[in-house]
Design a protein around this ligand. Sequence first.
Ligand code: FAD
Length: 404
Amino acid sequence: MAITESVRSDARSDDEARVLELCGRLLTERPPGRTSPVELLGHQFDLGLAWVHFPEGHGGLGLSPKLQKLINETLAKAGAPRAGGLNPIGHGMGAPTIVTHGSEAQKQRYLRPLFTNEEIWCQLFSEPGAGSDVAGLSSRAVCDGDEWVVNGQKVWTTLAHVARWGMLVARTDPDAPKHKGLTYFVVDMHAPGVEVRPLFQITGEAEFNEVYFTDVRIPDAERLGDVGEGWRVSLTTLMNERVAIGGQIPPRGSGFVGALMKTYAATGPHDQATRDRVMRLWVRAEVLRLTNIRASHNRAQGTPGPEGSIGKLAMADVHKDVSECAVDLLGAAGTLFPAGYPMARPQTTALWDNPQQAFLRARANSIEGGTTEIMKNILGERVLGLPGDIRVDKDRPWVEVPRS
Ligand SMILES: Cc1cc2nc3c(=O)[nH]c(=O)nc-3n(C[C@H](O)[C@H](O)[C@H](O)COP(=O)(O)OP(=O)(O)OC[C@H]3O[C@@H](n4cnc5c(N)ncnc54)[C@H](O)[C@@H]3O)c2cc1C
């Protein structure tokens, strides 16, 4: 036992030494500050430091995902750019889906420009009649030779207005039960027939969009996974989405709760009850952070498990309560929206420039990436083993299920 442990820890040290040496090489060959972000990130990808658990040649080294934290911290300390900020959907969901289900050609084509943020990605799952029940979606893809012809409407599509590629799930067999008649595609967002229209949120910004598909042609080579296997591929995207949204591990006391502490300091002195409220929120944020660290350590390679739903569920509540407290601390000024009502089209998501904006944006946290109720269903069924939700349409052909 002791020998096995020592072999394991030696192996870990070797891997750590290897990635640290490669980080040193990256920083020497492409010094931050004198290298453009795209060039530096491209070299990071080529050295296998993009997603260290991905295979060699695809941005990784086939090592434990735990090492990524070490890489990210080492590079951040040296002033290297953070990879995911501009392309949250590509990094959070696109990359793991492509590496798990993509062909060799798709991995070669998509992963590098995704990592360098030269190509932004969006997720085309939700429809006006299919959000929580995304497997019930209606957008159709019909095979025509070696192409597919897509018609339908998607909604709430974050960053579709800047996206080059979309992860699209469409119905290819309406006679099969809903989960079995779906197929997953990579769609060119610049293709003829793709129309993107803004949807403005409560913050006055349009991070997300409606997307209309009218006779959009997708080459069969851009199918991700087999025909009819779209649900299985989608699960990889959805499981990773929960972790991307709720699994963040910021440094202790930073992020949302760090902003609250700044507002607290700027608006004092406060009474004991307010101090108690802020302290309790700080503790909840820290518990969430530690829970996410534990979940990330439990995660082996590949798709995260249902534990990702815990972070997503807790994050939504903590964010809402923290941002509400910050607005309360501001008193009457909390009712003013400092940026005006910009009707802007942001280039990225979830901007927290001031407490008022954070307060409004956080309302969406319990909806996006799966609602709080759906997270509870997942945890109840898959972690606690409780009886499943009632699903009357599960085995019926999709075409026979009544819908509005
Ligand atoms: C900011 C933001 C960004 C988003 N970005 C994207 C994106 O990029 N791509 C994309 O595809 N989608 C995106 N979405 C859509 C999001 O995934 C859906 O809004 C979400 O899944 C809920 O679907 P819905 O809005 O249709 O609500 P519905 O599914 O109609 O749900 C309505 C209410 O019913 C509850 N409910 C539904 N089913 C059950 C059940 N079985 N048990 C208990 N309660 C239930 C829900 O919890 C909710 O409270 C985004 C949403 C937001 C808010």
